[in-house]
Design a protein around this ligand. Structure first.
Ligand code: FAD
Length: 372
């Protein structure tokens, strides 16, 4: 079988890897360099964690996500992941952490509630005012996203059954006939075309209005020298106690310390010039000041702008379209952790003819841990 994959982010690359590993011929088209620094997947890190609010389907998928990463580490010959554990804080009427704990309990996983007096003892760098409940889970950690994407692209470049077309934007896709046309007007045909175009998907499939590009700004910080070692051994922190929810990614294995807010209200055009100003991040910075003791000594190193697609219900869209096409958009700002498993399972469904509708339900987090 021959497959065409449009998009060289984690989803396109992981699908190409899985198809090529099964012996299929793959051609992958990427509009920019491969990897493309503008892709959602190209940031120092992405988090993987079991707590998932009410989304029990995604919580259930996490073990398989880890198993898929292990397969990839085997092929890459390196493990691009640091385990950190997960600290989740709630307050101010927000119940995400307790709902996560309840959903996890229902599938036999334990997320431990931490007595509030334990919080300052274990994490004296945090100001616990406003925290009503705290939860801890030993699992969870940091995937070194851009290193993974770069390593995957290098791995695929060495596979005899894979052709990588960097700097080759695809202008149109015909999912009925398995055909794409590049900006240069060249036609390519295949048995299946997978569209994994991230936040640019609307250009290729304009009729699909479910996937809205969302502009995200994250802040990288320079830490005072005396604090660096402490934060390097910190867990990821998911804080939903203030007016703004935040996530903190510790600077594991020499990467940066990053904080973001997962707010969906910022929109824009993913190809436009990307600029951000500290002023637009004031609510997040205020929350950091309240939550992190000594925050005044932290310095903003840089702001990074990134785009991803969001859907109304934050579920992934992975669907068969036309006789020979798949739309692959597992995102809504939480897709990276599932990149390897999404690629492996889509390759399996394509190759074995497994029920596409069941696959779509699984990817939407509405079924078991694997497609039926
Ligand atoms: C700030 C931020 C924080 C996040 N945090 C997390 C997290 O902690 N955990 C987590 O699991 N997920 C997280 N995510 C989400 C995750 O990064 C994305 O879900 C994932 O990277 C999406 O991968 P993708 O391959 O679908 O898209 P992308 O990585 O954007 O790749 C799409 C590729 O397609 C190419 N392309 C587009 N159109 C064309 C065309 N016409 N022709 C050729 N090529 C084309 C693009 O250039 C791009 O390289 C976060 C995202 C952001 C932005």
């Amino acid at each position: 079988m021959k497959a065409i994959v449009v998009g060289g982010g984690i989803m396109g690359l992981a699908t190409a890897w899985a198809l090529a590993s099964e012996g299929h011929a793959v051609e992958l088209f990427e509009q920019g360099p491969l990897p493309n620094p503008l892709a959602s997947s190209m940031d120092e890190h992405r988090l993987i964690r079991h707590p998932y609010g009410d989304h029990v389907g995604y919580a259930r998928m996490i073990d398989r996500a880890y198993a898929a990463w292990d397969l990839l580490w085997g092929d890459l010959g390196q493990r691009l992941y640091a385990a950190t554990g997960t600290l989740a804080l709630t307050g101010n009427g927000e119940t995400w952490a307790e709902r996560s704990a309840a959903a996890l309990a229902a599938i036999g996983k334990s997320m431990r509630e931490m007595p509030l007096d334990e919080l300052p003892r274990r994490f004296p760098e945090l100001d616990a005012r406003g925290v009503e409940r705290a939860f801890w889970m030993d699992t969870g950690g940091v995937l070194f996203a851009q290193d993974i994407v770069m390593a995957l692209a290098r791995l695929l470049a060495g596979r005899p059954n894979v052709v990588l077309h960097a700097e080759t934007p695809v202008r149109t896709v015909d999912l009925e006939h398995g055909r794409i046309v590049t900006d240069a007007g060249v036609h390519h045909d295949a048995d299946v075309v997978v569209v994994a175009a991230g936040a640019w998907v609307g250009r290729l499939l304009p009729a699909d209005r479910r996937l809205i590009p969302s502009r995200q700004v994250v802040i990288y910080f320079n830490l005072p020298t005396d604090q660096r070692a402490i934060w390097t051994s910190y867990p990821m922190v998911i804080d939903k106690t203030g007016d703004v929810g935040l996530y903190l990614v510790p600077p594991a294995e020499g990467r940066g310390l990053k904080i973001g807010d997962h707010v969906f209200s910022r929109t824009g055009e993913p190809s436009a010039e990307r600029q951000a100003h500290a002023e637009e991040m004031q609510p997040l910075l205020r929350r950091c000041r309240d939550l992190i003791k000594d925050f005044d000594r932290w310095r903003i190193e840089r702001l990074k702008v990134c785009f991803y697609t969001v859907t109304d219900d934050e579920r992934f869209v992975v669907e068969k379209q036309g006789a020979r096409g798949w739309l692959m958009s597992p995102c809504s700002g939480h897709g990276f952790k599932f990149g390897a498993v999404m690629g492996l399972e889509l390759a399996r469904t394509i190759a074995t003819g497994r029920d596409p509708a069941a696959h779509a339900r699984w990817a939407a987090g509405l079924e078991g841990d694997k497609p039926s």
